[in-house]
Write a protein that binds this ligand. Structure first.
Ligand code: ITT
Length: 199
């Protein structure tokens, strides 16, 4: 089946396509569609539905969207739904690079000893305006301390500063396959994949 993934993030596409390998996963840029809807929701799931319904109106074929981010306990759940825009200057202006965002987050957390955090991924599958499914999944971990610092070159975004105690490595030190066996997005995608099998 052709499934559209309402994202502009190539890393996310690779991760989803690896899980839904029996399907053809397309993103808007494959069809020359400029796609950047305003993510005005205050919850991950709200934003996932905004992205999915917006693209569904354009392609009229099954659409998946995810809205994801990092929630740090000592920061009261920040950056949360603002993960992609964390530290951006002004409402429309200057987004930081991933490494600048990671450095800012480490600075905000400072020397706090409780460094627990989780990645969250809300994923929606929209089959028509009135027919849809949704799931939200998490992956628990810790933010590296300043002494240990960011590590690894795999993945994207906050992966280099997200430490997995059971693995003894950051998410960015995992192979693509390893990340896809445990990640928040992979867990959500597997659940959506099961729903697709029942259609
Ligand atoms: P789309 O909205 O186009 O899908 P995006 O990257 O802006 O792409 P989100 O709005 O869902 O996606 O923002 C998610 C941000 O959270 C993302 O940019 C990363 O900074 C972070 N994030 C989400 N999943 C992540 C992961 O698996 N590893 C590292 N960082 C992640």
């Amino acid at each position: 089946m052709t499934i559209w993934f309402a994202t502009g993030n190539e890393h996310k596409r690779r991760e989803l396509a690896a899980i839904l390998s029996g399907h053809s996963v397309k993103i808007p840029s494959d069809a020359g569609i400029a796609f950047d809807p305003d993510e005005t929701g205050s919850a991950f799931l709200e934003n996932a539905f905004i992205k999915a319904h917006t693209l569904f109106e354009l392609v009229r074929e099954p659409v998946i969207a995810d809205d994801s981010g990092l929630c740090v306990d000592v920061l009261g759940g920040k950056p949360g739904v603002y993960s992609a825009r964390y530290g951006a200057v002004g409402a429309t202006g200057g987004k930081l690079t991933s490494s600048e965002r990671n450095a800012l987050l480490l600075k905000e957390i400072g020397a706090a000893t409780g460094r627990t955090a989780r990645f969250v991924c809300a994923m929606a599958l929209v089959l028509s305006k009135e027919r849809f499914f949704a799931v939200q999944e998490t992956l628990e971990g810790e933010i590296v301390n300043e002494e240990r610092g960011a590590r690894g070159t795999g993945g994207f975004g906050y992966d280099p500063i997200f430490f997995l105690p059971e693995q003894g490595r950051t998410m960015a030190e995992l192979s693509e396959q390893e990340k896809n066996s445990i990640s928040h997005r992979a867990k959500a995608a597997r659940a959506i994949g099961k729903m697709l099998e029942t259609l």
